[in-house]
Ligand binder design. Structure first.
Ligand code: SF4
Ligand code: SF4
Length: 150
């Protein structure tokens, strides 16, 4: 995949939008839509299966369905196209535009304390950017493209 296409999948902070649960064409969202459709009117049967096959796990179906429905509704075209729906305090998106760079590792102030991320996310972003700096964006993408984001 060429640099510009990869850029559409990787946010400036390095996180893989393409594997985010909210990404429009992502596997989680698309699989959730398929699964929800395939389950049809399973609500009724989940209730019946609690007694019919003596399986209490089916009592949890309403919660499962609520989460599954959420995965089908939330939708994002990725950080290069719209503001992140998950990390609302992210400062990287505006900052990288202002500095006219594609990724944080290309910035003279990298790594900085200006991301707006919590400790966990900050570390992930720094680790990803260090790896991209070491082997290049294209090779980094090859390394992670088939792996889950989470
Ligand atoms: S911008 Fe945020 S919500 Fe959108 S795909 Fe990327 S990580 Fe997910
Ligand atoms: S200042 Fe920080 S957040 Fe902004 S582009 Fe540079 S490294 Fe990224």
């Amino acid at each position: 995949m060429d640099y510009d296409l990869i850029k559409n999948r990787l946010a400036p902070c390095g996180l893989h939008c393409g594997k985010c649960f909210a990404y429009t064409d992502g596997a989680i969202r698309k699989s959730s839509i398929h699964l929800k459709k395939a389950l049809g009117n399973f609500d009724v049967y989940a209730q019946r299966f609690v007694d019919l096959i003596d399986e209490p796990v089916f009592k949890k179906y309403p919660d499962f369905k609520e989460l599954l429905t959420y995965f089908t509704i939330v939708e994002c075209k990725g950080c290069r196209k719209e503001k992140c729906k998950i990390f609302k305090d992210c400062k990287v998106r505006d900052c990288h535009e202002m500095r006219e760079i594609d990724f944080c590792f290309q910035c003279s102030d990298f790594p900085c304390d200006n991301t707006g991320f919590d400790q966990h996310l900050h570390k992930r972003s720094v680790d990803i950017n260090l790896r991209m700096k070491e082997i290049g964006v294209e090779k980094y993408y090859d390394e992670i493209k088939d792996k889950p984001r989470y």
